[in-house]
Design a protein around this ligand. Structure first.
Ligand code: XMP
Length: 310
């Protein structure tokens, strides 16, 4: 794939499909939606609207950072604050599938549908890639973003037409296009992050307090491990407690798991053999988070484990 020819072709296709209409897309800050955002704005200019939905499940400072980064690229992004709506939808849920479903429904049936209606857009640009389609068709993954491939007509169901400019590319192709478009390294080479965001890393109920804990642990893990070049690294909050000692007193505290893996496409993964001193430093920092008194390193490859815990 020649990134220049790919981009030129997609810009022409998007313009031809949208004509003088309006298009909208949701930016998550991942490489796929970032590339789609730039393609859309280069193709359509003011006929393109981009929103970033703050679902309360993001990493530290992520919504503001991404909006600022795109502003610096000359792309306006509307930040939609839907934190209360997502937290409400997740309230009391502990089953992994129910949690994922609640996030998908809140996004597509509530927040995004409302944004599309308010904008008057009839076209939705989406960052679906080839691997998403293959894995969904094979039944490996329940991706929410490939409606038509699983027999849902978005025109009928939601009143908009979906345009998927990246559906012939795999991740390496998307990254090549991202570099060609001039997206900064921190986006083009970003490690994978799941759609359900930090909710995929909280076993049990997702609450504001538990999100704050896993968010703080995630920031530590990302900072400590970014130089390793590992495929993906993350922190998980378990739904269990263990006895520990803090300030000379017994404390029934929380447990955080650190995971770091090597993989090419996340279908299979081995565990990174991290140096002991890095692990000890991470453990020290994570157990300094209020309420956390244990930190574990997960040695399980995929399979039998998956990457995420939910
Ligand atoms: P699992 O946990 O299934 O994850 O071994 C494999 C890879 O996919 C990411 N992942 C997701 N990505 N939406 C996404 O866009 C999701 O719902 C989702 N669940 C998992 C995960 O981070 C890993 O890279």
């Amino acid at each position: 794939m020649d990134p220049r020819a790919f981009v030129d072709g997609q810009l022409a296709d998007i313009r031809a499909q949208v004509g003088d209409g309006l298009a909208i897309n949701a930016l998550s800050g991942g490489v796929d939606s970032s590339v789609v955002t730039l393609l859309g704005h280069r193709a359509l200019g003011r006929q393109m609207k981009t929103i970033f939905v703050d679902n309360a499940l993001m990493r530290e400072d992520e919504p503001r950072r991404i909006v600022r980064l795109f502003a610096d690229l000359g792309v306006p992004v509307d930040l939609v604050d839907a934190r209360a709506e997502f937290l409400e939808a997740l309230h009391g849920l502990t089953d992994p599938e129910e949690k994922r479903q609640a996030i998908t429904n809140t996004f597509y049936r509530e927040v995004f549908v409302r944004a599309v209606k308010e904008s008057g857009a009839r076209f939705l640009l989406h960052g679906t890639i080839l691997t998403d389609i293959e894995e969904t068709v094979a039944g490996i993954k329940r991706q929410h973003n490939i409606l038509s491939q699983i027999g849902i007509d978005p025109q009928e169901a939601y009143g908009y037409q979906v345009i998927e400019p990246l559906m012939t590319l795999r991740k390496d192709g998307v990254r090549a296009v991202a570099r060609h478009l001039g997206l900064p390294r921190e986006i083009a080479e970003r490690i994978p992050f799941p759609g359900p965001a930090l909710a995929a890393r909280i076993v049990g109920e997702v609450t504001e307090e538990r999100l704050a804990t896993v968010r703080a642990a995630t920031a530590i893990v990302e900072e400590e491990l970014q130089a390793t070049g590992a495929f993906q690294y993350l922190a998980v909050l378990l739904n269990d407690c263990a006895t520990g000692i803090r300030h000379g007193r017994r404390e029934f505290g929380q447990i955080v798991v650190v995971r770091c893996i090597e993989s090419t496409d996340a279908r299979q993964a081995t565990v990174t053999r991290l140096p002991w001193d890095i692990l000890e430093r991470i453990c020290g920092r994570i157990t300094a988070i209020p309420g956390v008194n244990r930190c574990l390193y997960d040695l399980t490859p995929k399979p039998p484990a998956t990457v995420e815990y939910v």
